[in-house]
Design a protein around this ligand. Structure first.
Ligand code: DMJ
Length: 685
């Protein structure tokens, strides 16, 4: 096993009590004191004088900035808008009553069917299944942008003093410009803005705070009304983590697919700047203006899809196409849409198969596609988890080919024999279009996002596509019937696997997407017991972290079924790694949004502490680790997956944000890589 190089982990002292200081902290404090005592009286006085001066200057600038915010908060358009949005928020979950097995409930109508109003989003659907947008106006575009909560309190954002100063200067410089623009840019509270300003960076935290309506003190309120110090601290901690990850990527892997933080180099998968594109919308959401601008400039100047390279259809779709589409929606910048269109058209050869089930790999330069070398099968989750993106691309480009190809896959799978009470095998053949390797059923690798996308496509399409809902409901019944068990010791509910009628109490960390998806379904009117199950599974996923010595979940766990077993969780040596995966924090985000139970935030906070303690690498970046059971030797793997920036940190940020309208789950549906796409408006009746 590769021992961790101690010096590769940074010494960061977090102010929270959960955080652990590193051994050298005490020494550093002692040596500072020693140095101070060695100074002459004159030197000490000079330093104290300078510190006092800085304090006074800080107070003065604080007062002036506060005045500025107060001015903003008085603006009627911000407050009016908040009022409007608050009124539009739907009431709570409406369970579907009297749902007979296999019977599709009528879609629950309600104000939450209102569409997300993304750029160009004045859609004119041509039919329930293929809504195509009206052609967007060339020059003026209206955008619905939202912004981050407070992140820039008086220079307490950056890691370095230099960084703080820079940020304060940016705030000051922008004050003038902002005054000019304020009349138009109210979009961070959800209003329309002009297209030319669509890529304006997010507003400062201060503007956001000023716009927030007064607090009611009711924790169940949908829009919390002020940023509490604890929230602010947690949001800052996530932003700091992102900046640290980004620094590593920028310094050692810029424009490449993945950072190798230990060797301070990079890894290439498709050669398409995977991490950079996956992280675009996260930066936008976090309000990281400079980072976003640099990345955008790379996309503009250096990103080319005209490359003789084989890419995986699924990974490229969820990470790159999804990332470009969501960034287009958040920013309104057509650069991202044009790139998405270019990529989408280059992925289409994958669908030229005898069965119309796409190949796994496409050469985006040559326009050829092929299955993996060893088989003509495709993975089921892969071919059924590209639909949100392809459908959205058709809607935006008014070119139905993407949606038709993706929908055809769903139609084929819907009608295919070989399912087991809605559960699907893991492979499908590109020649015959039939399931292969039948008899093995899992909610983990190779099948997971099939279930996720059934529900999410149904939501995306305005809850009109009944076959999707029917398949989803049936699958959840199948999960309950065949895969659900409780552990012996603590009665934790978990989802195991079925292999030729034999139950295996094995659960991938990947399955932890399920509590979030179940909760999303319940929020959209599906049966209330889905939410009960979500609560139970969320607890189990939390325990998969909590019961490990590092506080980080392994990739796979086996659960104990016997009450006499000492522990609920067994981890085999080969499964002890952690890849910085997002599924548990993803579900925590959904659970918090729908229940407002703060324990979900606390669990997420603990996870962030553990990521910082065991996976953070000095000099920049976070690394996957080999062994979550060995805090003394977690074994860095020297790889930062793009989804750590695209998903894990984004979901943590959204989990800690008090702004429930920041990417409202009644307006956006997140693809399986955490890229938000708008829910389509209902077709006119
Ligand atoms: C991501 O690429 C996606 O979330 C996918 O659905 C599953 N695997 C990774 C994250 O674990």
């Amino acid at each position: 096993m590769y021992p961790p190089s101690r010096k590769d982990f940074i010494s960061l002292t977090l102010s929270d009590s959960h955080s652990q200081t590193y051994n050298n902290g005490k020494h550093r404090r002692q040596s500072c004191w020693r140095k101070w005592k060695q100074l002459s009286r004159l030197q000490r006085s000079l330093i104290l004088f300078l510190l006092a001066l800085l304090l006074i200057l800080g107070l003065l600038s604080y007062t002036s900035i506060t005045e500025q915010w107060r001015g903003l908060s008085d603006r009627e358009d911000w407050l009016d808008l908040d009022d409007r949005e608050l009124k539009a928020i739907p009431p709570g979950v409406k369970p579907v009553l009297g749902l007979a097995a296999g019977k599709v409930p009528a879609p629950v109508a309600g104000p939450h069917l209102q569409p997300a109003v993304g750029p160009d989003a004045v859609p004119e659907p041509k039919g329930p299944n293929i809504p195509i947008l009206a052609k967007p106006p060339k020059k003026k575009t209206f955008v619905n942008k939202r912004g981050p909560p407070s992140l820039q309190k008086d220079g307490n954002v950056s890691d370095t003093v230099g960084g703080e100063k820079q940020e304060q200067e940016v705030v000051r410089e922008e004050e003038g410009e902002e005054e000019e623009k304020q009349k138009k840019i109210v979009s961070w509270r959800g209003a329309m803005i002009e297209a030319d300003q669509a890529t304006e960076p997010p507003p400062s935290a201060n503007e956001k705070e000023a716009a927030a309506p007064p607090a009611t003190g009711n924790p169940a309120d949908i829009v919390p009304l002020e940023v509490l110090p604890e929230t602010r601290g947690r949001l800052e901690a996530v932003c700091d983590a992102f900046k640290h990850a980004w620094k590593g990527y920028k310094d050692y892997a810029w424009g490449h697919d993945e950072l190798k933080p230990i060797s301070k180099s990079f890894g290439e998968w498709f050669g398409l700047g995977l991490t950079l594109i996956d992280a675009l919308d996260t930066m936008w959401i976090m309000g990281l203006k400079e980072e976003f601008a640099e990345a955008k400039s790379w996309v503009e100047k250096d990103l080319s899809f005209n490359k003789n390279v084989d890419v995986n259809l699924f990974e490229t779709t969820i990470r790159i196409l999804g990332g470009l589409l969501s960034t287009y929606h958040l920013t309104g910048d057509h650069l991202f849409l044009e790139k998405a269109k270019d990529l989408g058209s280059r992925l289409m050869p994958a669908f030229k198969t005898p069965s119309k089930i796409p190949f796994s790999d496409v050469n985006i330069g040559k326009g050829t596609a092929h299955p993996p070398r060893w088989t003509s099968d495709s993975t089921l989750a892969e071919v059924t988890s590209i639909q949100l993106e392809f459908r959205e691309l058709s809607r935006l480009s008014q070119d139905p080919q993407y949606q038709e190809a993706a929908n055809e896959v769903m139609r084929l799978v819907h009608n295919l024999p070989g399912k087991h009470d809605g559960l699907v095998p893991m492979f499908i053949n590109t020649n015959s279009g039939q399931f292969t390797h039948k008899g093995v059923f899992t909610l983990g690798a190779r099948a997971d996002s099939y279930y996720e996308y059934l529900l999410k496509q149904w939501i995306q399409g305005g809850k009109t596509e009944d076959d999707l809902l029917k398949d989803y409901l049936q699958a959840i019944e199948g999960v309950k019937k065949h895969l659900l068990r409780q552990t012996g010791p603590s009665k934790l509910t978990f989802v195991g696997e079925l292999s030729h009628n034999r139950f295996n109490p094995k659960m991938d960390h990947l399955v932890c997407f399920l509590p979030g998806t179940l909760a999303l379904g319940a929020h959209n009117g599906l049966p209330g017991d889905h939410m009960d199950l979500a609560v139970q599974l969320m607890e189990t996923c939390h325990q998969m972290y909590k019961q490990m010595e590092t506080g980080l979940s392994p990739e796979i766990v086996h659960f104990s079924l016997q009450a006499s077993d000492g522990s609920d969780v067994i981890v085999k040596p080969a499964d002890r790694h952690n890849l910085l995966r997002p599924e548990t924090v993803e579900s925590l985000f959904y659970m918090y949004r729908f229940t407002k139970d703060t324990k979900y935030r606390d669990w997420g906070w603990d996870m962030l502490q553990s990521f910082n303690k065991y996976t953070k690498v000095s000099g920049g970046g976070y690394t996957s680790i080999n062994n979550v059971r060995d805090p003394d030797n977690p074994g860095p793997r020297d790889k930062m997956e793009s989804f750590f920036l695209g998903e894990t940190l984004k979901y943590l940020y959204l989990l800690f944000s008090d702004d429930m309208e920041l990417l409202s789950l009644d307006k956006y549906v997140f693809n399986t890589e955490a890229h938000p796409l708008p829910i389509w408006p209902s077709p006119p009746k």
